[in-house]
Design a protein around this ligand. Structure first.
Ligand SMILES: [Zn+2]
Length: 246
């Protein structure tokens, strides 16, 4: 019950914050940010800042931020392959440059890439020009490496403002956050990470996990339990494009 209350409080705060952004953009009708039960048509158009998908289908999305990482990304890819699951990797450009072989493997195995900036900066410290460069340079880098258009941008630390939103819109990519945060960066035991995900999972959930940026051994260890739990709940993990654009 306490968790439910916390979740509701967080959802309300997020909604108020996002509504503020849209009002400041001159949009008098804030977007509908809760579950969409009216089909996928225009779902993205009506929800410019995405954090949960439709509850109509038994689908969820696992997202992995801050990679690619030479130790943890291959282990995560191995587990996803074993379960025949597709995920989305929110990639930092400077790491992608160091590990093009991992970018190739992610794409070759049917997963999706998202833009997580070139160097993972704290956005409030950036000038508008620096912000634009972080988004556009990483877009260009990843699209050149893969030949695929990117559809999603995730702001580092979850921070975004009007400038971030407008920059992404200019580049034709969607800002995507998450609905479940198992806090895998806290180096919690794998069983705790698994429990945090499965306690909150529901159709449309977008789960924030990490394949880089620190010791992710517990995230790797938690993944089989998460995927087993999804199977038991008849929920299929898919890419963000599959969850949000189809
Ligand atoms: Zn990050």
């Amino acid at each position: 019950m306490k968790k439910l209350k916390n979740k509701n409080v967080l959802s309300t705060l997020l909604l108020i914050y996002i509504c503020g952004i849209f009002f400041s953009l001159g949009m008098t009708n804030p977007p509908e940010l809760l579950h969409c039960n009216q089909g996928q048509d225009n779902f993205v158009a009506r929800n410019p800042i995405l954090w949960i998908g439709s509850s109509n289908k038994h689908q969820v999305a696992l997202t992995f931020d801050d990679g690619p990482d030479p130790i943890y990304t291959p282990q995560i890819l191995d587990i996803l392959a074993k379960y025949n699951i597709k995920a989305t990797f929110m990639v930092i450009g400077n790491k992608a440059k160091k590990h093009p072989e991992l970018i190739k493997r992610i794409i070759d195995e049917g997963h999706e890439l998202g833009n997580h900036t070139i160097s993972h900066p704290e956005a409030p410290k950036l000038t508008p020009e620096e912000l634009e460069k972080q988004v556009s340079d990483n877009n260009a880098l990843l699209q050149n490496m893969t030949g695929k258009k990117l559809h999603f941008f995730r702001p580092p630390y979850g921070y975004f403002d009007v400038a971030f939103f407008m920059t992404c819109r200019q580049h034709g990519i969607n800002v995507v956050l998450w609905s479940i945060v198992p806090r895998d960066w806290e180096k919690s035991d794998a069983s705790i990470i698994t429990k945090r995900v499965l306690d909150q999972i529901e159709p449309g959930s977008i789960v924030l996990l990490h394949d880089g940026g620190g010791d992710r051994s517990q995230t790797v260890a938690a993944l089989p339990g998460i995927l087993d739990g999804l199977q038991k709940r008849n929920l299929k993990a898919v890419t963000l494009s599959e969850l949000l654009l189809k």
